[in-house]
Design a protein around this ligand. Structure first.
Ligand SMILES: *Cc1c(COP(=O)(O)O)cnc(C)c1O
Length: 406
C-alpha cells in the first residue's frame, strides 16, 4: 500500500478504454468527479460470482460509496447495503429497496433507535451493554440480531487507525468481555456474529483472522444463523486470491452451518471513478517544482492525507522515473495539502488537465468545504460512454451547512 505501482495505475484507468482524459473529459468544468458505470458493473460481476459460487451474501458498505444514483447499476449484483447508523440505513432502504439493510454502529442512541427499526433488517451491536439496552426491542420488531466480536488478531501493519484489533480498541467484543458480560438471556438474543478487522487486504489475512475467530468463538458459532466477515476484502483488485476467499466462506458455512455475509465498500467501487482537476499555477522552490491545482487533498480526497496514500494519476509515474518531477498541491491554506510527487514526460503548465484515478471510494462521501473550497460537480460516464451531470454545487451548499438559512 502507500503508493500505487504502475500495474494498479493501469487498472485505475482501464475504464477510459485507451482514450485520453483530454479527449473524454476536456470539456468538463473542474474540479469534478466522474463515476464510471462500466467499472462498477465489472466489480459487481466479480462480487456476484463469489456470491453465486459459495451461497454467501454480499452487501455494499455505504460509508465507502454512497452515490445512490448508481445503486440501480450495482444492486443487481448485490444482496443489499450495510450502514454505519441511521442515515445510511435510511439511504439503503430508500435507494436499494427490496434488498437487505444491515447496520452496525459503535453505539446507538435512544432517540434514533425506533426510527432505525423502520429501515434495518440486521442490527449489529458493538457490546453486551448495547445489546442489553436495545436488543430485546429489536428482536420484538422482528430484526436479525448480531454482536460484533473482536478476534484480537491484527493482520495489518502501518495503518493503526484502521486496526480495530489494536490493544484498547473500542470496536467489537473480545472473548474476555464476552465471558464477563454475556448472560444466557443475551446470548439467546443473537442470530449472528460480525467481525470487521481487515483493510485493503487479501484473503490470506482473512484466513488468519478466521483461525482466531474459531479459536475464540468456535463454541458459540454453531448456534448462529450467520457470520458477517465485515469489509476490507480487496476482492476486485487485480491479483486478489478469490479461490482462497471462497474456500474460507465455504469452510465457515459448512463447519458452523450458517450463512456468511461480506460487506465490502472499496471492492464495490474500486477504480470506478476519477477526479479531474486543472493546474492553476506552477512554481519552483529550491529543488522542488510545484503545481497548485484547483482541487485539494484535504477537501476532495481526504484519505490521501488520512490513510495516507498517493492516488494514481493518468500519464504520470513515480518521482524521478520520467524527466519532470512535480509536487502536486491543493489550493487551500493547509501546508500539508499535498497530493503527492509525480513525474511527467513534459513540464506541467497552467491550464493542464489532470485525472486522478480510483476516486469513487471514500471521496464524495467524505469531502468537505474547508477553506470555502467548492465541492466538485459529479458526473457519470455511462455504459454508452456518454457523460451526464448528476450534481452541481454552489455557494449555498457551502453556506447552508454553517448557519441560519434565510
Ligand atoms: C469500513 C467498514 C466496511 C467496509 O470496509 P472497506 O474497507 O471499504 O471494504 C464494512 N463493514 C464495517 C463494519 C466497516 O466499518
Amino acid at each position: 500500500m502507500g503508493s500505487f505501482g504502475v500495474k494498479e495505475s493501469r487498472k485505475a484507468f482501464e475504464g477510459l478504454g485507451g482514450s485520453s482524459p483530454d479527449k473524454l473529459f476536456g470539456g468538463l468544468p473542474t474540479p469534478c468527479y466522474i463515476l464510471d458505470e462500466a467499472m462498477l458493473r465489472r466489480n459487481g460481476e466479480i462480487l456476484a460470482g463469489v456470491a453465486k459460487r459459495t451461497g454467501c451474501r454480499i452487501l455494499l458498505a455505504q460509508k465507502a460509496f454512497s452515490n445512490y444514483d448508481l445503486y440501480p447499476v450495482i444492486s443487481p449484483y448485490l444482496d443489499g447495503t450495510e450502514a454505519s447508523g441511521l442515515y445510511e440505513s435510511r439511504l439503503g432502504a430508500e435507494e436499494m429497496p427490496e434488498k437487505e439493510v444491515h447496520v452496525f454502529c459503535a453505539a446507538y442512541r435512544e432517540e434514533e433507535f425506533d426510527e432505525l427499526l423502520r429501515y434495518a433488517d440486521h442490527i449489529v451491536f458493538n457490546s453486551p451493554s448495547q445489546l442489553d439496552r436495545f436488543g430485546f426491542r429489536a428482536k420484538k420488531a422482528g430484526k436479525s440480531i448480531g454482536l460484533r466480536i473482536n478476534p484480537e488478531c491484527s493482520t495489518q501493519e502501518g495503518h493503526a487507525i484502521y486496526d480495530p484489533c489494536a490493544p484498547g480498541s473500542r470496536l467489537g467484543t473480545t472473548r474476555a468481555q464476552w465471558d464477563e458480560k454475556m448472560t444466557l438471556e443475551l446470548t439467546e438474543l443473537l442470530d449472528g456474529l460480525h467481525f470487521h478487522t481487515l483493510c485493503e487486504q487479501d484473503s490470506d489475512a482473512l484466513e488468519t483472522t478466521l483461525k482466531a475467530v474459531a479459536e475464540r468463538f468456535g463454541d458459540i458459532l454453531p448456534r448462529m444463523k450467520w457470520l458477517n466477515f465485515g469489509g476490507g476484502h480487496h476482492i476486485t483488485r487485480p491479483g486478489y486470491d478469490i479461490v482462497r476467499l471462497e474456500r474460507c466462506i465455504r469452510s465457515a458455512q459448512e463447519r458452523w452451518n450458517l450463512r456468511v455475509y461480506l460487506e465490502p465498500g472499496e471492492a464495490c467501487a474500486l477504480y470506478a471513478g476519477y477526479l479531474a482537476a486543472h493546474v492553476l499555477d506552477v512554481l519552483q522552490n529550491g529543488e522542488t517544482q510545484i503545481a497548485v491545482l484547483n482541487t485539494s487533498a484535504a477537501c476532495h480526497m481526504p484519505d490521501v492525507l488520512e490513510m495516507p496514500y498517493r492516488p494514481p494519476l493518468y500519464g504520470a509515474k513515480e518521482p524521478g522515473e520520467l524527466p519532470f518531477t512535480v509536487r502536486l498541491c491543493g489550493s487551500t491554506c493547509l501546508a500539508g495539502d499535498v497530493i503527492g510527487d509525480y513525474s511527467f514526460d513534459r513540464p506541467l503548465r497552467e491550464g493542464d488537465l489532470l485525472l486522478f484515478g480510483d476516486m469513487a471510494i471514500y471521496t464524495m462521501c467524505k469531502n468537505n468545504t474547508f477553506n470555502g473550497m467548492p465541492l466538485p460537480e459529479i458526473f457519470v460516464f455511462d455504459n454508452n460512454r456518454k457523460l451526464h451531470c448528476l450534481r452541481k454545487f454552489e455557494y449555498m451548499d457551502f453556506k447552508q451547512r454553517l448557519g441560519r438559512l434565510l
